[in-house]
Design a protein around this ligand. Structure first.
Ligand SMILES: [Fe+2]
Length: 395
């Protein structure tokens, strides 16, 4: 994150700030992790605290099908059902105490406002075009965009397309870019696979000075509450700080490559408490003359590993389709499928894009996930003729 300012703000914080008509603007500190995390100062036309009513909550607790999993699994994202409503379309597939993740296929824009009151949200746009409208400005999105939405952000999703697929993640801790790519001042270092120019802040939108009934759906502890507020939530005349939603397109991730196979940390894009998020992007394969581009077998003993396949030529692979999720549980060795290591030798380049999430604590599997499971995956590494014909996941 970096310091950003939009709209108008007073020269000195916590001082009198009025409109040309002489009306007060109302300051809000919008931040995370108490008062030591990053924050922004927002200036509202109206006090942002004017609750009219709070409805009865809707329970959206994911139903767990497998509480303690040790089986490698594959889930067919293509089979996840679309829904008209954005929040209803969010199907949690995998979760633990640190995060929830899944797929959302909303068909319609949101009319209401939405706020996740306890989790940072990540939306990866697998397919779709539209605008994330927030109280600190708008972000247009398209295929390949990661939208990082800090907890507490009030937003709407405006869709231009009817076929939309988001890989989504809710994190119980803030999602940041890796600390090792930053210097002591927070600036991204020269060896970082991306730089500040790739991190896009919202654009300014004229504030809405409106009174009436405004529905904000607030999510907390697996309940969604209908709050009716007396003023329009997008009434911010200006703000500054480090805490705001932003976008980063996976095509702007510059791959780090080597003469021999490099491990997954080189693909790391984001980190949070107890998990990391990596971007696998089009890149040169390892260029030692004797290099084996396919990864070695590994057991990632301290983390589960989830891959979401988003773009590339998977036509040669009978069993990997776009939108597939694979889950490799910690402690169980996995690696190239039969024939994949041999086939990788001599290959120069890959055009495939995937998002990987490595949680450090085991994932639980929901009933929604089990509806779309391909049950043949666990034995897909066996030395059988059928498995030799299927070139599957390489990581
Ligand atoms: Fe792996």
């Amino acid at each position: 994150m970096r310091y950003t300012t939009l709209g108008k703000i007073p020269q000195k914080r916590h001082t009198i700030f009025k409109s040309e008509e002489g009306n007060f603007y109302y300051e809000q500190l919008f931040g995370t992790e108490g008062f030591h995390g990053i924050s922004s100062l927002l200036y509202h036309i109206h006090r942002p605290t004017q609750i009219k009513s709070i409805g009865t909550p809707k329970d959206v607790t994911p139903k767990i099908a497998v509480d303690r999993n040790i089986t490698p699994r594959m889930f067919k994202g293509v089979q996840v059902t679309p829904e008209n409503d954005y929040l209803e379309s969010r199907k949690v597939l995998l979760l633990n105490n640190d995060l929830k993740m899944g797929l959302a296929k909303p068909k319609k824009s949101t009319e209401y406002f939405y706020k996740n009151a306890e989790c940072d949200e990540l939306l990866f746009v697998h397919e779709g075009k539209g605008t994330l409208k927030t109280f600190v400005g708008n972000l247009d999105f398209e295929n390949g965009d990661y939208l990082i939405i800090p907890r507490g952000t009030i937003y709407q999703v405006e869709l231009e397309t009817t076929e939309n697929v988001f890989f989504f993640l809710e994190a119980h801790s803030p999602i940041y870019t890796p600390k090792r790519y930053r210097n002591e001042f927070g600036q991204l270092l020269e060896h970082s696979p991306f730089c500040e120019r790739d991190i896009i802040a919202p654009t300014f939108v004229e504030p809405k000075d409106e009174k009436g009934e405004f529905l904000i759906k607030v999510k907390k502890e697996n309940l969604i509450w209908d709050f009716i507020y007396a003023t329009h939530p997008f009434d911010v005349v200006g703000w500054d700080g480090y805490f705001y939603p932003y976008k980063f397109n996976i095509k702007n991730f510059e791959p780090i490559t080597g003469r021999v196979h490099l491990p997954p940390p080189i693909h790391q894009n984001f980190e949070a408490h107890n998990f990391v998020i990596c971007s696998f992007v089009a890149r040169m394969y390892d260029y030692h003359p004797q290099a084996i581009p396919a990864p070695y077998n590994h057991s990632n003993i301290d983390s589960d590993e989830v891959l979401f396949y988003t773009e590339g030529d998977f036509m040669s692979r009978n069993h990997i389709d776009l939108m597939d999720f694979t889950l490799h549980p910690g402690g169980i060795v996995h690696g190239p499928h039969p024939g994949a290591m041999e086939r990788s030798i001599g290959k120069k380049f890959t055009e495939e894009y995937a998002v990987m999430v490595d949680p450090f604590r085991p994932l639980k599997i929901t009933e929604e996930a089990m509806k779309v499971e391909d049950k043949s995956y666990a034995t897909s590494w066996l030395d059988t003729e059928e498995n030799y014909l299927h070139d599957r996941s390489q990581e």
